[in-house]
Design a protein around this ligand. Structure first.
Ligand code: ZN
Length: 318
């Protein structure tokens, strides 16, 4: 039976303990729901809203600026898949083809063997999964050589695969680099856009891994030796950025944001107590703290250049 039921998503509340494995996976599915309002919202791969569950409520959030009178849209399936796979899914599940602005441009991702490699991972073809080799690294290199940028289809999946491998190997230097490339490169540039909850998960990892760099300083040698101190400096800023992005994207009145805010405040209190008489004070990234924001942007850019990315402006970072 074809229907447009939505999955009920139960968000995982993320504590602040510093283990990059503690935030693996994002949300759990708690059931399905048929909703009158949601069923009237049309589909687009570049939707102007997305939905969240908050207690028993289904809430729609703006994914971009929406001018008065324009139609609301949401994405009916996983938009991180390529044009062909998306269209197949729309036909088989909903009996329509999508002609949103992104789909009108057609397939601009990898084709042939490169596409097959990505599909092997996407479809969890176990015979293709060789985690001992450099499958992900190699595919990313091949895609780059073929002229595909970080936002191209497949880059997201390959970088997440690479990150998982590096987490299993506890290679902190590489984890930090891949997290930065994912959040500030791949996920920022992907078309269709990466959903907000996935970006928040990656940002949470960026925060966590920055907190681990100092105690794993040994792996940062030579031209990398300045990185642990820089990451340590940015650690709390990234935690605050995570809370700010939760507020901006999901809303300040949700359980997830309130929980993250409380955890952040407790973390600051703990840090204050640790510092004792040193009168340590955290400079927040609030709009009025122009100096702190400027310093944060400069420091993030230093990390981005180290990770092989281009520098970004304040608007793109904050
Ligand atoms: Zn579309």
């Amino acid at each position: 039976m074809r229907n447009n039921a939505l999955k009920i998503i139960v968000p995982n509340l993320k504590p602040h303990h510093l283990d990059p494995r503690s935030c693996q996976g994002s949300n759990s599915v708690g059931g399905i729901v048929l909703d009158q309002f949601a069923s009237m919202v049309n589909h687009s791969c570049d939707s102007n809203t997305f939905w969240i569950n908050e207690g028993e409520a289904l809430r729609f959030r703006a994914a971009k600026d929406i001018s008065a009178g324009s139609e609301l849209s949401m994405s009916y399936t996983d938009t991180t898949r390529d044009y062909k796979t998306r269209q197949e899914a729309y036909i088989s599940q909903f009996n329509f083809t999508c002609s949103c602005e992104i789909c009108q441009k057609g397939d601009d991702g990898p084709t042939g063997k490169l596409r097959d490699k990505i599909l092997q991972i996407e479809n969890l073809d176990k015979s293709a999964l060789d985690f001992r080799g450099n499958f992900f690294d190699k595919t990313i290199q091949d895609m780059t050589k073929a002229g595909f940028g970080l936002g191209a289809y497949g880059m997201n999946l390959m970088h997440h695969g690479l990150l998982q491998l590096q987490i299993n190997q506890k290679d902190y230097k590489k984890i930090l680099r891949t997290c930065l490339v994912l959040y500030f490169g791949v996920e920022r540039l992907s078309i269709p856009p990466v959903p907000a909850d996935a970006r928040l998960d990656t940002l949470f990892r960026v925060f966590q891994i920055n907190g681990l760099a100092k105690q794993n300083a040994k792996s940062f040698r030579g031209t990398d030796s300045h990185v642990p101190a820089l990451a340590e400096k940015l650690h709390l800023n990234f935690y605050e950025l995570y809370v700010r992005m939760l507020e901006k994207w999901i809303g300040g009145d949700t359980t997830v944001t309130k929980f993250a805010k409380k955890s952040f405040d407790e973390f600051l209190k703990m840090k204050n107590a640790e510092e004792g008489d040193n009168k340590w004070q955290y400079a927040s990234l609030a709009k009025k703290n122009k100096g702190a924001r400027k310093e944060f942007v400069a420091n993030v850019n230093e990390l981005l250049v180290w990770a092989g990315l281009e520098k970004l402006g304040e608007k793109e970072i904050l």
